[in-house]
Design a protein around this ligand. Structure first.
Ligand code: FAD
Length: 297
């Protein structure tokens, strides 16, 4: 099923992100988590595309397993840094062979040790060019990334939204956001996007915190700020993972409840391949949040 059609206003879609384990990581562990996440009856599960190196080939394999073995719709991420048009065409062919109909089209981050993305000869400079290429080379539903706190390379939100609109004009059907911890940032971004003429669904994405060091690193890399009150709580228990996880879950539940009460088309969870705490959060949300979701009845 095309994910673009899921956001038709009839319900709030539920979705999760997982990532391929590193080369020596445990794929069985990932599939165990996927199995548990699948039981929550999500509308789709997305699979990230490694920023470089060996996990890239795994994205199609995992997305295909989610679709064909677990019977859940899937969204395969695809980045265009360090790739030529031929590389991307090959990847699109592999996705078609596996019956995967949905792509999250991304530029990608600079390779390790480099500060800027340099356009690959015969490749693409920005995600809007990738969207255009996918549109011409297949019948996919296409999602793109949006940044409630502005992409770290953009001078301001106005410029960032002009670029977001380029991706929508090129054919994107929906937007999934970067993680954010203060819903005010999301609502401002959504209002500004609508004012900028962006008319496709914008799906907020939340990140259940479970490790202080990890979230400090990830949040600073992607430019997401942790609200001072939450930061204070977390930093006081920073070495005690169980307490960090407890505060993280509490925050995500409150954040999700508020988003669900504010007309979001969907809610996307960065699961970090951890099903247990995502399950705890989903079970705490109002029963009618995801209308077709039998697990919540
Ligand atoms: P773009 O939309 O190309 O934007 C990049 C920057 O360039 C922005 O500052 C934008 O304002 C500017 N810009 C865009 N178009 C133009 C233009 N035509 N002219 C001038 N400036 C322009 N990374 C991975 O490696 N793998 C993943 O699986 C992955 N999944 C992600 C999922 C989500 C939901 C999100 C939010 C991010 C994900 N990322 C992933 C990270 C993403 O690759 C980075 O944030 C990257 O730096 C930007 O990608 P983009 O597609 O938003 O780029």
């Amino acid at each position: 099923m095309k994910i673009g059609n899921i956001f038709d206003g009839s319900k709030t879609a539920l979705s999760f992100e997982v990532f391929p384990p590193s080369r020596d990581g445990n794929i069985e562990e990932l599939y165990r988590a996927v199995g548990e996440l699948a039981e929550l009856n999500p509308d789709f599960i997305s699979v990230t595309y490694g920023a470089g190196g060996g996990t890239r080939e795994k994205t199609v394999e995992i997305a295909s397993t989610i679709r064909n073995k677990f019977g859940r719709e899937t969204l395969a991420h695809l980045t265009c840094v360090q790739a030529t048009r031929d590389d991307i065409r090959e990847q699109l062919d592999r996705l078609k062979e596996e019956g995967i109909e949905n792509i999250l089209a991304l530029r990608g981050d600079p390779p390790k040790g480099e500060e800027r993305v340099v356009k690959t000869k015969g490749g693409f400079g920005y995600a809007n060019e990738l969207v255009e290429f996918i549109k011409l080379n297949g019948d996919f539903s296409i999602g793109v990334a949006g940044y409630p706190e502005v992409h770290p390379e953009a001078p301001d939100m106005e410029h960032d939204l002009v670029n977001l609109k380029r991706k929508v004009d090129a054919g994107a059907d929906f937007i999934i956001t970067q993680m954010f911890f203060d819903n005010g940032d999301f609502y401002r971004f959504r209002d500004n996007a609508i004012s900028a003429g962006i008319r496709v669904p914008i799906i907020p994405a939340v990140f259940p915190i479970f490790n202080y060091k990890q979230i400090s690193r990830i949040a600073s890399l992607c430019g997401a700020k942790i609200p001072p009150r939450l930061h204070d709580k977390l930093s006081k228990v920073s070495e005690k993972n169980e307490e960090v996880e407890k505060y993280g879950i509490e925050h995500t539940i409150l954040q999700s409840e508020d988003l669900l009460g504010n007309e979001v088309s969907g809610l996307h969870f960065y699961s970090m391949n951890r099903s247990r705490h995502v399950m705890k959060i989903i079970r705490e949300l109002p029963k009618k949040s995801f209308e077709n979701n039998s697990i919540l009845e």
